[in-house]
Ligand binder design. Structure first.
Ligand code: 13P
Length: 246
């Protein structure tokens, strides 16, 4: 049986005071029956590491460079993230694919850079509304995942995958459990064809997960937890979602 993972993606939110309250609220609700992580903006990694030290809660970043080091102004390497104790890094979030024009191959290279430093990439895939409406969902998510599988090679089994339909992110319009499960099953089958570890790999769902819909989503056979945006910014909501995962 796969242990579930609930990861918060704070996106570009937070300040010292709010972060301290949020992290304390999550830590106070332990223990959880699932793995729990928060992916915070880079400047807050240090205080997050301090706040969560000695707990079983994990933290991570929301992006990384594909390069190890060098003249890449504004980028942050995985080696730097590792120094702050990051367990995870989100790569290929749709907001980065869309606003920063990240290609499937760049996302794959970032995932490879993460694993090379022992940081687990949470690789996001997902279709836009136009793609869903024209029946391209499977083709799109398989293309996105395929680039990562090929680039990671025998390490592919070490990533976490997150299915985030773009039309469900921040819109309040969640995929139904059946819609999400259908895509997760496609992704699991694709992983099965590529790695011996597919059965133990986590595939998270993200997109308007809230306390009132988390349990039915997490009850689906191929949904192994969630990547949570808006609801990860309120301790009570995030904790409720973690409880729904186990
Ligand atoms: P929301 O939960 O706010 O829809 O965001 C989902 C997401 O993008 C997580 O990475």
């Amino acid at each position: 049986m796969r242990r579930k993972l609930v990861a918060g993606n704070w996106k570009m939110h937070g300040n010292h005071k709010a972060n301290a309250e949020l992290l304390a609220g999550i830590a106070a609700a332990r223990p959880f029956g699932c793995d729990v992580a928060v992916c915070v903006p880079f400047p807050y990694l240090s205080e997050t590491a301090v706040a969560l030290a000695g707990t079983d809660l994990r933290w991570g970043a929301q992006d990384c460079s594909a390069h190890e080091q060098g003249a890449y102004t504004g980028e942050v390497s995985v080696g730097m993230l590792a120094e702050f104790g990051c367990r995870y890094v989100i790569v290929g979030h749709s907001e980065r694919r869309q606003y920063h024009h990240e290609s499937d191959q760049l996302v794959a290279d970032k995932a490879k850079a993460a694993l090379a430093r022992g940081v687990t990439p949470i690789v996001c895939v997902g279709e836009t509304l136009a793609e869903r409406d024209t029946g391209q969902t499977e083709v799109v998510v398989k293309r996105q995942l395929s680039a990562v599988i090929h680039t990671l090679g025998h390490c592919a089994g070490e990533m976490v995958v997150a299915y985030e339909p773009v039309w469900a992110i921040g819109t309040g319009r969640t995929a139904t459990p059946e819609q999400a499960q259908a895509v997760h099953a496609v992704l699991r089958a694709q992983l099965q064809a590529a790695t011996a570890h597919a059965a133990t790999m986590k595939i998270l769902y993200g997109g308007s997960v809230k306390p009132d819909n988390a349990a039915t989503l997490f009850a689906q056979p191929d949904i192994d937890g969630g990547l949570i945006g808006g609801a990860s910014l309120k301790a009570a909501d995030f904790v409720a979602i973690c409880r729904a995962a186990g």
